[in-house]
Design a protein around this ligand. Structure first.
Ligand SMILES: Nc1ncnc2c1ncn2[C@@H]1O[C@H](COP(=O)(O)OP(=O)(O)OP(=O)(O)O)[C@@H](O)[C@H]1O
Length: 329
C-alpha cells in the first residue's frame, strides 16, 4: 500500500455545485484534503474560491445555495445535515479564519472572554478551565503576557495581533480543518510571513489540515503541500506544490504564474506577462471556460469542457492540450 493510500481524508468535496439563481459559480468541484495537509486554492478574483470555502460550512451569502454534490467531513455530508448538527461542527471540527478579524471578533467583548465562551460552547469544561485554556492558546499564538491581555478589547491590538487572537479562537477547540480565506491580505508584508509561519507551525503541532485561499503564489510555494487552481468555478489543475512550480501544465496555471512575481518559488520559463482578457461569464458556456483566453485553444476546446483527469493520481489537469496526456496517448 502506498504512502498516499494510508492517509485519511479530512474533507472531501464531491461534484460540488454552488451558485445564485442567476448564475452557477462553482461547478462540479472535487477536492480532497488529507489529515494534516495544507492545500492552497488559487485563482483570479471572482472565480469562486471563497464561495467554495464558505459552502463547506454552509456560510453562504444571501441568495447563494449549494445546488449539487457533497461535502464529506467525518463521515457526514455537511451539505445535507441539520442546522443543529452543523453548528456542532462549526468552530469545533472545522474553524474559519477570515481576512479581516474584526468581522469575526466582537468589538465590545474582551478577547479572552470571547475565546473562553467559544470553548464553553463546544467543550464540557468549567469556566475556570476555559479561561486557563484561553491563556495557553494566546500564549501559543505569540501574544506576550497573555494573562495580562486576557481582558483587553480587539481595538487594543494591532492588525497582526488581532489576527493572532483570531487564530487562537479558531484553534481553541482543536479543529481537524482550518479554512483560511486570505488570512494575511489585510496585514503589512512583514507581518504576513509571521502569521503564515504561525499557521504552518500550528498545523504541524496540532496535526491540523488547512485549506488556504490566497492570491499569493509565493505563499503557496512556501507554505502549502498541494495546490488547486480554479478558473471560472472549476478546478483546472491540482498537484503537489513542488511538482506544480517545476512546470504547471494547464495554460491558465502557466499564465497565472507568469503574471505573478513570487519570491519563494521557481519556474524556469517564467516571463512576466499578463493573461489576456478577463474571466468569462458562465452564461452560455459550452466548452472550456478558458478557451477564449487560451493561446493554444483548438476546436475541441470550444465544444465541451475537459474533465479533470491525470496521468497519475497526484497531478490532474483539465485540458485537451495537456502536454503529458497528449504524450501518453
Ligand atoms: N448575487 C449574485 N448573483 C450572481 N453572482 C454573484 C452574486 N454575488 C456574487 N456573485 C458572483 O460570485 C462570484 C463570487 O466569487 P468568490 O467571492 O467566491 O470569488 P473569489 O475567487 O473568492 O474572489 P476574491 O479572490 O476576489 O475573493 C463572483 O464571480 C461574483 O460575481
Amino acid at each position: 500500500m502506498s504512502h498516499l493510500q494510508e492517509k485519511h481524508p479530512v474533507l472531501e468535496l464531491i461534484d460540488l455545485d454552488v451558485g445564485f439563481p442567476s448564475a452557477q459559480i462553482v461547478k462540479r468541484v472535487n477536492l480532497r484534503i488529507e489529515e494534516g495537509e495544507k492545500v492552497a486554492l488559487v485563482g483570479e478574483s471572482g472565480c469562486g474560491k471563497s464561495l467554495t470555502a464558505f459552502s463547506i460550512l454552509r456560510l453562504l451569502p444571501p441568495g447563494a445555495s449549494i445546488n449539487g454534490g457533497q461535502v464529506i467531513f467525518d463521515g457526514q455530508d455537511l451539505a445535507a445535515i441539520s442546522p443543529y448538527q452543523l453548528r456542532r461542527i462549526r468552530g469545533k471540527g472545522i474553524a474559519l479564519i477570515l481576512q479581516e478579524p474584526m468581522t469575526s471578533l466582537n468589538p465590545v467583548l474582551p478577547i479572552g472572554q470571547q475565546i473562553a465562551e467559544n470553548i464553553l460552547q463546544h467543550e464540557d469544561v468549567t469556566r475556570k478551565q476555559a479561561e486557563e485554556r484561553t491563556i495557553e492558546l494566546l500564549d501559543m499564538v505569540g501574544i506576550v503576557n497573555a494573562r495580562g491581555r486576557y481582558g483587553m478589547f480587539p481595538h487594543n491590538f494591532s492588525g497582526g495581533m488581532r489576527q493572532r487572537v483570531m487564530i487562537a479562537m479558531a484553534i481553541a477547540c482543536d479543529p481537524q480543518l482550518l479554512i483560511a480565506d486570505e488570512p494575511t491580505t489585510a496585514l503589512d508584508v512583514t507581518i504576513q510571513a509571521q502569521v503564515m509561519d504561525l499557521l504552518e507551525d500550528l498545523c504541524s503541532k496540532l496535526n491540523m489540515a488547512m485549506l488556504l485561499i490566497t492570491h499569493d503564489l509565493g505563499a503557496v510555494a512556501q507554505w502549502a503541500d498541494r495546490i488547486a487552481v480554479m478558473y471560472a468555478g472549476r478546478i483546472v489543475e491540482e498537484a503537489p506544490v513542488g511538482t506544480f512550480f517545476s512546470g504547471p501544465r494547464h495554460p491558465y496555471s502557466r499564465g497565472l504564474l507568469n503574471s505573478s512575481i513570487g519570491n519563494g518559488w521557481h519556474y524556469s520559463n517564467r516571463r512576466l506577462t499578463e493573461i489576456v482578457g478577463s474571466v468569462q461569464s458562465a452564461a452560455g458556456e459550452t466548452g472550456c471556460s478558458f478557451a477564449p483566453r487560451c493561446p493554444i485553444a483548438m476546436h475541441e476546446c470550444r465544444a465541451a469542457p475537459p474533465e479533470l483527469g491525470g496521468t497519475n493520481d497526484e497531478w490532474s489537469v483539465a485540458c485537451y492540450r495537456d502536454p503529458l496526456a497528449v504524450a501518453a496517448k
